[in-house]
Ligand binder design. Structure first.
Ligand code: BTN
Length: 324
């Protein structure tokens, strides 16, 4: 299902949502400049997507309930963004939202286009790892076309997305989340979300980025070492509200980065990472290095002080804290 902002279904739902009681079919049809049969057909489509709508002769229509789905109408309602989520491609089930988004990127889709799925059969993480993506989580891929950075300046985009998730999570359930370089979102030391940034570039010019975000929201059982908001907060979370917040936070940080690059993101990101000063081991492809984690540099690379005092800048790897 592809959804562009403000189609008839969206306008009908908005009218129903903003009315406490019944909305007269005659008035609504007139306002939307459609026939009453047309309105009735659209109401039928909304019902088949899971919206419960009462229709009472002489009174009109009333929205009784909305489905607990990440349907475009749910995401776009009161979404406070300028470009993110203008176009949403929605799936009940997909291999990976990254692949669908990649195809859209190649087909010149607008910046801010979003691919979202209720679940994924072949969700993937960094380094081609599997990303377990059962129903109840948030899984989306966002297409960005940054003009303000070159390929070797792209790493902070992952940090930006992770920071946006932390801000949105804290506004939803205020727990003690932390970040682990380069792309993990943790809660109580367990993974609750991750970011995957895939890039189409020529030489050093970026054509587009597919920014993938996965958050374990209402999942009840997950392979260790992972957790979900439900498991931690012991309550079911409204995913539509959370995804809206994440998108809004990404847009705020992204627009700021367009103006002043990533200094703000890098500063804030570091505040949520508890590793600084600690001895860590970093696995880089087939070898490991050890040292003291000092922070991240202006490119988002990890600064590691090795024995002898030499500071190495690490651009990719898996970090494990060592016993102190
Ligand atoms: C990681 O932790 O290594 C990154 C996980 C990223 C998962 C998201 S879910 C939406 C998008 N589609 C995917 O297949 N992966 C990303």
């Amino acid at each position: 299902m592809k959804q562009r902002k403000k189609d008839l279904g969206y306008l009908i739902l908005t009218a129903l949502r903003e009315e406490n009681g019944y909305v007269s079919g005659e008035d609504l049809a007139r306002r939307l400049n459609i026939t009453r049969q047309g309105l009735w057909r659209h109401i039928g489509k909304l019902e088949s997507s899971g919206y419960q709508i009462a229709a009472v002769p002489h009174l009109g229509y009333q929205l009784l309930s909305s489905p607990d789905k990440l349907l475009p109408y749910e995401i776009q309602y009161k979404l406070n963004t300028k470009f993110i989520g203008g176009d949403i491609h929605y799936y009940e089930d997909i291999g990976s939202t990254q692949d669908a988004a990649w195809q859209l990127g190649l087909a010149d889709c607008a910046q801010g286009t979003l691919v979202v799925s209720e679940q994924q059969r072949k969700g993937r993480g960094r380094l081609k790892r599997k990303w377990f993506a059962p129903a109840g989580g948030i899984y989306f891929s966002l297409i960005l076309r940054p003009k303000f950075i070159l390929l070797d300046e792209v790493a902070p985009i992952t940090l930006l997305a992770a920071l946006a998730c932390i801000y949105a999570l804290k506004k939803t359930v205020d727990l003690n989340y932390s970040l682990k370089w380069p792309n993990d979102i943790l809660l109580g030391g367990k993974k609750i979300g991750g970011i995957l940034c895939e890039i189409d570039a020529e030489q050093d010019k970026i054509n587009f980025i597919v920014l993938g975000v996965g958050i374990n929201v209402n999942s009840r059982s997950l392979p260790p070492p992972a957790t979900s908001l439900f498991l931690a907060a012991k309550k079911t979370i409204c995913r539509a509200e959370l995804i809206k917040r994440i998108l809004e936070e990404i847009e705020i940080l992204y627009r700021r980065a367009e103006q002043e690059k990533f200094s703000f993101v890098l500063r804030q990101w570091q505040k949520f990472c508890p590793l600084w000063g600690r001895r860590v081991k970093v696995k880089i492809l087939d070898h490991e290095i050890e040292g003291q984690a000092l922070g991240i540099d202006e490119k988002g690379h990890l600064l590691l002080r090795k024995e002898g005092g030499i500071v190495e800048r690490v651009s990719a790897g898996d970090v494990t804290p060592l016993p102190s």
